[in-house]
Design a protein around this ligand. Sequence first.
Ligand code: NAP
Length: 280
Amino acid sequence: MNIGIVGLGLIGGSLGLDLRRQGYRVLGLSRRPETCRAAIARGVVDDADVNFTLMAKAKVIFICTPLSAILPTVEQLIPFLAADTVLTDVGSVKTPVVEAITPLWHNFVGGHPMAGKTESGLDAAQANLFLGQPYVITPLATTPVTAVESVEFLVKALGAKLYHCSPQAHDRAVAWISHLPVMVSAALISACMSESNPLVLSLAQHIASSGFRDTSRVGGGNPELGVMMARYNRQELLRTLKSYRQQLDFFIDCIEKEEWGVLEEKLMQTQQARPDFLDS
Ligand code: NAP
């Protein structure tokens, strides 16, 4: 079976590597000819082009462009598709994507692999990126069962853990565990940079170790992706950021008043709660 991938960057390239290893013929489309050539050379795709005609041969197509390009890409793609072609996307926000594309293409299943890394672009693509990671799909009641089953089958072939939910539930949940952490982590790096004593700043930069590496990782990632999260999931992200600000005020208050018992109780609660997010 031919699988199409539009947007040969970190996610599109990683999908190509895994799907080819599963024996699928992978056809790629990207904006720049050099990315298409590099994708063929790296074995990410069997063939690639900047021209949409190549996608006419694909049964299932993954749209892996930046969020802002998903809708324009689908609009350009539609004239080349057979009626039974299944479209899915990997965008980090689902409600605006699903609401915009469903009226244009019936066989569309929103999706979001919960896997990534700090680097972006084709060079960052890696095999097994999705192995053991959650992969959320957000079909609607009207989405054809055959389209949902096609995407489910491929997600399972990647070794990912499949989850179903509504686009709205997805966006509210990822605001907490993905989009808020990007902003918090970026704010952490920015706050550290505001140290006014250059000697102290330099010392901090030299002695930063695993704790800073863990907490700054997502704030040091692709800026375009962070802006897209904020633009497309604005309401949910604002809601979580305001809640986070309240939590910061709580910590400031405890420390100013030297309420060490209250602080300890809070830290015991967070210590207990963390595994529920990571081990479930
Ligand atoms: P990326 O590494 O920057 O790759 C995006 C690729 O899309 C670029 O390599 C670019 O290729 C191509 N592209 C850009 N505009 C295009 C257009 N108009 N038409 C065709 N191709 C275009 O980004 P990514 O991290 O893979 O993210 C892609 C999608 O995955 C986004 O929607 C994002 O929300 C989602 N996602 C990201 C992560 C993550 O952690 N990074 C995780 C889950 C989901 P050229 O070289 O040809 O310009």
